[in-house]
Ligand binder design. Structure first.
Ligand SMILES: Cc1cc2nc3c(=O)[nH]c(=O)nc-3n(C[C@H](O)[C@H](O)[C@H](O)COP(=O)(O)O)c2cc1C
Length: 354
């Protein structure tokens, strides 16, 4: 039987005077965000120079619920730079994608966020703002994790971007800027106040770059301090790490970066662990080589003949296989799909024989 009562919407709460308009809006939005992360449990992190169309495709095929583009420069978009715009192209069959914007000028960020939303329509899962990248060429301009040193500016960016778009807006940041000075909790609260719909926390200080271990407990502290969803990130290296991250921190989703390099199977493993199922067997040498070939093929369909950016992926795929060290030397001379294919075939012969 059909429910005779109509669903109660945001306006009804306001009409009967239960809550001020703003609180209702937040409630409805946070419900939508919780639903979003119910769907996106395991996410491929934004990785500059890595998370392109080909890499996103193989990660989604292996179970990533959502994949992020490489970070996109708000300034680059504002100059209508083709190279920057191409970062937003979708892979064949890619229904949704996460987009990460970097910059530090609230008005530019807001304008370009609106442009992205307009250009991508329903394909945009949500928009993230980079407040965690520690690379010198980024922070020297006041972008990325430099924003952790200026929480007011960071909050202003969130607030203006939120005003400019109707999609969900999140921020990704670190434990703090200076090693030992944890500011993540205060920073998170400030961004929540500014209107952020969710937050992603990587448990390292910016000064650590990628050194040392990522601290999971900061994710717990942030999660306990805010009422919006929190995505946990840092050092998830296997399925069980993803499950432990969720269990120990109470985070709403897990984001994986480096462990996916040459290993898109990590997503199937993470999903199985989160569902309490046995993890799938790790790929055989031949499966790894076959995935590497497919990745190179996807890349050449996208980039044309020159696929030098496959070199690093190829090295990741073959790491630890018999003949890998010789292959690494050969990859440095590979430019086209045919070049890579030849080396993969040689490795297949070595693996078959061993
Ligand atoms: C090559 C590379 C590129 C990255 N690019 C970005 C980026 O564009 N935006 C961002 O927020 N983080 C970037 N990161 C950081 C990752 O998203 C992630 O926060 C970090 O690597 C920790 O997660 P992991 O331990 O799973 O690797 C990058 C990391 C690597 C290794």
């Amino acid at each position: 039987m059909k429910n005779p009562l109509p669903a109660i919407g945001q306006r009804d709460f306001v009409r009967i005077g239960i809550m001020p308009n703003e609180s209702v809006a937040r409630l409805v939005e946070s419900h939508a965000m919780n639903k979003l992360f119910g769907r996106y449990q395991v996410i491929l992190a934004p990785m500059a120079g890595v998370s392109d169309i080909a890499f996103r495709t193989v990660c989604r095929e292996q179970g990533a619920d959502l994949a992020f583009t490489e970070m996109v420069s708000a300034k680059g978009l504002s100059y209508a730079n083709d190279k920057t715009r191409h970062l937003l192209d979708l892979a064949e069959g890619e229904d949704t994608v996460g987009v990460q914007l970097f910059g530090h000028e609230p008005d530019t960020m807001a304008r370009e966020a609106a442009w992205i939303e307009d250009a991508m329509g329903d394909a945009l899962a949500y928009l993230d703002i980079n407040m965690g990248c520690p690379a010198r060429k980024i922070v020297s301009k006041g972008d990325g994790s430099a924003l952790m040193k200026d929480p007011e500016l960071a909050a202003e960016i969130v607030s203006q971007v939120k005003e400019a778009v109707s999609c969900h807006v999140t921020a990704k940041f670190r434990r703090g800027w200076s090693q030992g000075d944890e500011t993540a909790v205060e920073f998170a609260k400030r961004l929540e106040q500014a209107g952020a719909d969710a937050l992603t926390v990587h448990g390292r200080f910016a000064e650590q770059l990628y050194r040392g271990a990522s601290d999971r407990s900061v994710i717990t502290r942030v999660k306990n301090a805010v009422s919006i969803p929190v995505v946990g990130n840092g050092d998830v290296k296997c399925g069980e790490d993803a499950a432990a991250m969720m269990r120990e921190t109470g985070c709403d989703a897990v984001m994986i970066a480096r462990a996916a390099e040459g290993n898109p199977w990590i997503f199937a493993q993470a999903k199985a662990a989160l569902e309490g199922k046995p993890e799938p067997e790790p790929p055989t040498a031949l499966q790894r080589l076959s995935m590497a070939r497919r990745h190179a093929d996807l890349l050449s369909k996208r980039e044309g003949r020159n696929i030098v950016r496959m070199r690093k992926h190829a090295m990741w795929y073959v790491s630890g296989l018999p003949g890998a060290s010789k292959a690494r030397g050969l990859f440095n001379y590979c430019t086209t799909f045919e070049d890579f294919d030849k080396v993969f075939s040689q490795l297949e012969e070595i693996c078959d024989a061993s």
